[in-house]
Design a protein around this ligand. Sequence first.
Ligand code: SER
Length: 888
Amino acid sequence: MQTLEIQRRFLEYFQRNGHTVVPSASLISQDPTVLFTIAGMAPFKPYFLGQQTPPWPRATSVQKVLRTLDIENVGQTTRHCTFFQMAGNFSFGDYFKAGAITHAWTLITSSVEDGGLGFDPERIWVTVYKNDDEAIRLWEEIAGLPAERIQRRGGEDNYWDMGVPGPGGPCSEIYYDRGPEYGLPGGPVADEDRYIEIWNLVFMQDVRGEDSPKYDFPPVGSLPEKNIDTGMGVERVAFLLQGVDNVYETDLMRPFIATAEQLSGRTYGENHTDDVRFRVIADHVRSAALVIADGVTPSNEGRGYVLRRLIRRVIRSIRLLGVTEPVMATLLTQVRDLLGPIYTDLATDFDRILRVAVAEEDSFRKTLESGSKLFTDAAAQTTAAGSSAVSGSTAFALHDTYGFPLDLTLEMADEVGLSVDVAGFKRLMDEQKARARADAKARKGGFADQHVYRELLELGATEFTGYDELTSEGTIRGLIADGERIPAAKAGDIVEVVLDRTSLYAEAGGQDSDAGQILGSGLSAEVLDVQKIARKLWVHQVRVTEGELTEGASVITAVDAANRARANQAHSATHLVNAALRELLGPDALQAGSYNKPGYLRLDFTWSGGLSGSARAEIEAAANRAITDNLAVTTSLSTVAEAKARGAVALFGEVYGDVVRVVEIGGPWSLELCGGTHVARSSEVGSLVLLGESSVGSGVRRVESYVGFDAFNHLAAERALLENLTGLLKVPSKELPSRVAGLVERLKTAEKELAAMRAAAVLSSAGSLVDGAQRLGDVELVAAALPSGTSAGDLRALAGDVKGRLGGRPAVVALFGEVDGTVPFVVAVTDAALATGLKAGELVKAFLPDIQGRGGGRPELAQGSGTNAAGTDDALASLRVTLGGSNG
Ligand code: SER
């Protein structure tokens, strides 16, 4: 049975049984404790906890899931995948254990003809939490399972929670017996290779505290209702129903291995080392495509870093299979074709996904090349030095500069029979991390340790009032210093303040946080920074300036109004520039990041190649036209689906149930999801000046602008500059370009003439140089340091002339010039001097060190150049000594 068919049957079964089919949420987790969605239940967490009312009592979904904790193990075994699909049914206070068991049993054991999955009931085993007698009884009654196929297990196997404080409960797992050829008898407790887990039924009823009931710590409370959360591994069911050995052999995985086989000419299943590479490619390319589809772009931290690793591991693996050409386009096309029918974004957004992945591939391929060179040199040096271990600092440099993970360096070292000083590498990494931590602390004064925030989050979210009012009353929920709660803070202290209500905007969506104050009777604090934790908790970093802040105190948050007005201008202007870009360049110019603060904005967007001057001018004009048109700026709330239908972009990380804020300027011309603060009408932006456009990494460009009064100031300064120039050059500003061009032309001509005159002067000095010849032993020396600007060519011509004038006299001619700080020189030896055994090529060696020069030549003529112009006199002296005269 194909994977798609398994999913269809699952959802249809539960839909028939009163469940609402909920589309998969984004892979990007809304939960601050994890980066990605790690289970089918994750999007429903607020319903289980009773923080939100579920819109339906029963739901079912096939959820995209990403788990990267074990990324190193992917491919090493056939069990690990980073991306997989979890089919689940959920009850929010509706049915409980009996319902969950009935549904699961019916679906897996009903015949294929009856819409089921057709598993042989005789081969099904289950496990239950150690003391869950009720579950045992239900399995016996509902499924008729004999007692020997029901096994009790401890919390580690049969208690499920999210790995962090939150909902949890005992669970019951369903296994399928593959038969004696796959391992030992005795059920799942004896062998989890023979008995494959296909479905986990969680009886979600507890609140887990800091320590998990998995390890026998008691839950800290009960959930408001008894719920059901189940997760069936779609890939696992697929491999069992497709009669293959593991998930990598299934219909939505094996084709990637086949492609890698074709590209590399190698065969899967021949040796473990290559097999690992094949499996890494198959797994990671799916993960990477889906993560990009959900709006992540490669970067060096958080989700972006995970994505970067996924893509880079694909590229390394294919390279280690002997393929040096780019492969991303081929592999991603295959992801689109195979998974696009399930995750339609893969098809509709394919061009962008491809661009992001290919840009990362390009840059990593370049990096690999430079890094490989560095590695080859380091390996050669290691061997030459008689060592067998590549140094920790080389491994660190490869990691830091070239993005080589340690395992790549280890692999490359292994290939040339070397090891790596891993301990040294780790030490350097630790030092770097410590530096980064110190930096982060210096910058934000905390914002690091999450547990305090979690604690405060449990008291409820902060209400943000700052769209409607600039001053608000609020109560201090908590004060934090160095990651710990404190009861009070006095004047001079820098602390974090969490309030139940605030009018102060927290940095988000590219907009810098508000400036302002927190005030109370006899107390005031200056706001330094405001950050949002988990989109819900406003954390104000403040310096107490007067009195004492105490937990529970009533205070007023006061936004600096002038600063906010300028922030509004900058944020609205960012939308204008974005709309102008899309108007001119089309939908491919996708916003990739932005930052704005009073007076300034920058916007990054995907685009290959620079913008022409006229394109920049058009964008600037379109934005200013929108300002002049005095367009209304409206905000409204909408569902993700509605916003999407109206053409809103950047719907990243939203979940299906989310209500989003839509900001429009001039109707759909500029329609963005945005939580920022804005002007009421576009004309309030005042004006906008585009400062320029540059590249910020492959395939991403950046425009920067001044807005409002800062734009005026910028233009005023430019005009003052222009006035200065018209005054200096005494022409009207219109004529400046032709005047400057004319001046440059005349300057060039003058320089040429000057050079010619200087050369003539040098050449005309031949006669006086000969007159000044100095006798040193058997020969005469004609030597001179010529004025600055005398080139090697001038020197050669002059030396020839001097030599001619010396006729049959035994003589050496040594001439030094100077061009741009270098010292060209020529040494010529007359025929009569040659007869005494002197050689020009030998003579220059006498003075090369004086001028830090290089050079040489034939016996009759040698030349070269030095870099130390100050050493010319010493050079002449050295030459005299060599020729046998005194030093003078
Ligand atoms: N939450 C459980 C799991 O992830 C069941 O959905 O296994």
